[in-house]
Structure formats: C-alpha cells, structure tokens
Design a protein. Structure first.
Length: 317
C-alpha cells in the first residue's frame, strides 16, 4: 500500500490535500501525513494564529469558507468589530468569531505548556479528517519580508494589507536555523513510498518547510519518490501573488523555472518528477533536461475530483 507524505501550505495546499485524501481512500492506502507550513503564523490581539494550518484543517473538516478561501463558513465578525472599536488588532485583518474560538483554544493550550504539534493533534480530534497533520516545526519562525527601502514587516501585513505591492528583497524566518522538524516528520518521510510537494507558493509556503534544518536532508535520504506539482499554469500563478515572491528570489514565473528552483534529486535537488499543466506541455523537454521526469496532466483544482485526479497522476509517476 502507498504511504504518502505531503508538504503543503495555503489555499492551494488545502485543495490539494483534499485530493490526496480522496485518492488514497479509493486506493485503500494508509492515512497520509501532511507537513504544514507555519511560517505564516503570528501573534495578534494576544492569540496565536496559524493561517495555513487552519486553512487545511477547516477544508478537511468541510467547514471552510469556499467563497473567501479562508476562515470558517457562515462565520460572523462581532468580536472583530469590537476589537476594532478598541483600536486593537489590525483593521485590515479580519478575525471571524468561530475562527477566534480556534485561536483561543490553541493559545490556551500553548500557554498551558502544550507544543504546537500537541495542539494540532488536539484540534484534529474534533473532526474525522482522514489525514495526520503536523506543523513543520514546534519553533516559532514567522516570516518577515524585507523591502527594497530597508523596512521589514510580518508576511501577513505585506500579503494582506499591501497585497504584495511593496517591492520585496527577501523573505526571512528568524530563528529557523535553530529549529527542528516537528516530532514525527523525519519518521514519516523515512517510511514513505511517495512524498508530494503540493502546488503551494514555492517561496513562502513550501520554502519555510524546506528551510527547517533536517527536512531537506530527510528528503534527500528518503527511499520515497519525491514528486512536485507545478503551481504555475500557462505561465501564470493560479492564485495569490506567488509571481512577486518568485521574482524576489530571481525565479521566473514558469513551470520549468520553478522545477529548476526545487532541482532534481539526481543533481542534489529535491525532485524525481514534476507535474506540469497541459498548457505548459512545451516545457516538458526543459524539465526533463533538469534531470527529473516531466508528467503532463490537467492541473486545475476545480473540485475535489479534479484534485484527486492530479494526485493520481502524481502517484502514477
């Protein structure tokens, strides 16, 4: 049976994870492990927010807001309005009431001494997720964006308030050099048959996971096939501002360039195979030239069935 580990973050990661669960259930495969980016995390109004973890948690539970792409379906904002009246929090960063319930539970457990891994395990008990979720690390390594004018700010401010319109020079994760993979990650990768890199933002969703000391090394040593799915379709990002992030690190917004960014395992990189969209089929030759297998498949995650078909294509690779 196929044992699968997924690296994921963001809305794209949530959609892909739903497809992973669906595809593996139909195969009768063991419950997969999803390693989730925590570089987006932050403290706000005294509570700890974990946007990527919550996006995937809510999606798997079937309680996510599919219209906005984040938060809980049918949520209200009475507490958020009261916070704004007090001049607390960020006026451009909305916290829903149901969402705040999650943040308060998380913060209370953290202050009681639980680790982020233990907190996520508790959160996962509420719904039958069918997936084991792990944070990339138990260390706080929030993402900071350094701008061309010398300023730096939390990633959420740059992304949500300024919509990535301020020119970034680089993305930092202070403290990540002393971080360690969350308990269970190294073991899951070592036991896996396949590791899937979701079509999440390569820079700020997948990048922080790979920067945690020990994770890249575990992937390099794994017997599993490492297969990535391109977040670029037809030379454009599907969602968000990943193109701005890629430009900041000198990577072109193209399926082949992102493949080159990850690199082929045969040449000291990560990937054994790379899924590219039908719209980018012409890039297959250049991807193969990097030393990895190129697989052309439909990559639009229009619904769970479409996402599951992408996962099947990846597993077949």
């Amino acid at each position: 049976m196929t044992r699968v580990v997924v690296l994921a973050g963001g809305v794209g990661g949530a959609k892909f994870t739903l497809g992973v669960r669906d595809a593996l259930v139909r195969r009768g495969a063991p419950e997969p492990t999803v390693v989730v980016n925590t570089g987006d995390d932050l403290w706000l109004s005294g509570v700890r927010l974990q946007p990527d973890i919550d996006s995937i948690l809510y999606a798997l539970a079937g309680v996510n807001d599919t219209q906005r792409g984040w938060g809980r379906a049918g949520d209200t904002e009475r507490v958020n309005e009261e916070l704004q009246a007090w001049g607390a929090g960020w006026p451009w960063f909305t916290l829903g009431d149901l969402d705040l319930g999650t943040h308060l539970a998380r913060t209370g457990w953290l202050r009681d001494g639980a680790s982020p891994t233990e907190v996520l395990e508790r959160l996962s008990r509420r719904w039958p997720l069918g997936i084991r979720m792990l944070p990339m690390t138990d260390t706080e390594v929030d993402t900071r964006v350094v701008l061309d004018d010398g300023r730096d700010m939390h990633f959420q401010e740059w992304w949500t308030r300024y919509r990535a319109t301020l020119e970034p020079v680089r993305f930092d994760n202070p403290g990540i050099e002393v971080a360690a993979p969350a308990p269970g990650i190294a073991e899951a990768i070592a036991a896996a048959d396949v590791v899937l890199i979701a079509p999440s933002n390569p820079v700020v969703s997948i990048g922080p996971i790979l920067r945690v000391p020990g994770i890249r090394e575990a992937l390099a040593a794994a017997s599993a096939r490492v297969i990535g799915v391109s977040p670029i379709i037809g030379g454009r990002v599907v969602r968000g501002m990943a193109d701005v992030c890629l430009a900041a690190i000198g990577v072109e917004t193209s399926a082949s360039a992102v493949a080159g960014h990850y690199g082929a395992r045969s040449a000291g990189g990560l990937l054994d195979a790379w899924l590219i969209a039908e719209e980018d089929a012409d890039a297959a030759v250049s991807v193969e030239g990097l030393g990895m297998r190129a697989v052309v498949a439909p990559l639009w995650m229009s619904d769970v069935a479409a996402s599951a078909a992408i996962v099947e294509a990846a597993l077949s690779a």
